[in-house]
Ligand binder design. Structure first.
Ligand SMILES: [Zn+2]
Length: 58
């Protein structure tokens, strides 16, 4: 009767390009205190590079 009722998808924001993506499609990476989300491998790799640089700086 009411199949218009579609479940609301949980959106997360890409840490690099800030695009909103369904959490089921996001890539996740665990940082020290939080979980980062990415829309795809490109953004994930960019984040990894940044993370390596900032941890090397200390
Ligand atoms: Zn992205």
């Amino acid at each position: 009767m009411n199949d218009v009722n579609k479940p609301e998808e949980n959106l997360v924001q890409c840490d690099i390009c800030l695009k909103e993506i369904p959490s089921s499609e996001s890539k996740n990476a665990e940082a020290s205190d939080y979980v980062a989300h990415f829309c795809g491998l490109d953004c994930y790799e960019q984040w990894m590079k940044k993370a390596e640089q900032s941890s090397a700086a200390d």
